[in-house]
Design a protein around this ligand. Structure first.
Ligand code: CTP
Ligand code: CA
Length: 225
């Protein structure tokens, strides 16, 4: 399809983007994960390329084609995603964290396939690193944009993540909205920053990504002044 013309608002800028889910292994054949398709993050990567940016896309396991012109790094777990992001963060001007990172991983990954035995099975999980919070705490931090997929109190939760993770901007969406989010090709976002906000109504993820990149470019350049 024809690229949406964003104007070269990010020419010469490096943009680091995470996308998709992470998978956390339980044993050699099983994992826990979530329903993220990666479509929003890949659309954001495509829009950033179209805006003239040099884009690094760190992707969890998804079945999507790499947007033309971006450098893709495939990862599986949250730990691997953190390593890839840490290595790319120092040259990034903007970090956009769209990935649905698994919040927990198994404390012990079994060496062999877990056998079926008792009627109940208990596994113990430990928190994964927060990739976005780790990057946003760096001294040389890029402009940091988070996502917040919520099923209730969308704006409140998004505002508290903006503050708690020390973000420049957060894009919130209501995952219970009809036909939007996760595996859908459409989405709607409420973008919030300190001192302002903008609602981007339901449209294709491609168009939405283009609007989001324009907004990020505007906010980013105003922080440079
Ligand atoms: N995020 C991340 N690393 C994690 C968890 C989240 O980088 N381990 C990022 C996501 O990519 C997103 C933002 O943090 O940009 C918010 O993610 P979300 O899951 O909504 O928030 P959490 O802080 O994990 O809180 P909760 O899941 O309890 O709402
Ligand atoms: Ca989470």
């Amino acid at each position: 399809s024809v690229p949406i013309n964003c104007g070269e608002v990010l020419t010469g800028k490096h943009v680091l983007i995470t996308a998709g889910p992470t998978q956390e292994p339980l044993d050699p054949v099983r994992y826990i994960s979530n329903h993220s398709s990666g479509k929003m993050g890949f659309a954001v990567a495509e829009a950033a390329v179209n805006a003239g940016a040099e884009v690094t896309l760190v992707a969890g396991p998804v079945s999507l084609a790499t947007p033309k012109g971006c450098k893709r790094i495939d990862v599986v777990t949250a730990d691997e995603m953190l390593t890839a992001c840490t290595q790319s963060a120092s040259k990034a001007d903007i970090f956009i964290s769209t990935a649905a990172v698994a919040d927990y991983k198994a404390v012990n990954v079994a060496d062999n396939k877990i056998k079926k035995s008792d009627d109940e099975l208990t596994l113990t999980f430990i928190k994964n690193p927060d990739i976005l919070a780790t990057i946003s705490q760096r001294k040389d931090r890029p402009f940091c944009v988070g996502f917040a997929a919520e099923s209730q109190n969308v704006e409140d939760y998004a505002r508290s993540k903006l503050a708690k993770k020390n973000l420049d901007m957060i894009a919130a969406n209501n995952i219970t909205a009809d036909g939007l989010g996760f595996n859908s090709d459409k989405n709607a976002l409420h973008v919030i920053w300190n001192g302002g906000d903008k609602k981007l109504p339901a449209t294709s993820k491609r168009e939405l990504a283009h609007q989001l990149i324009s907004l990020i470019a505007t906010r980013f350049s105003s922080t440079l002044q």
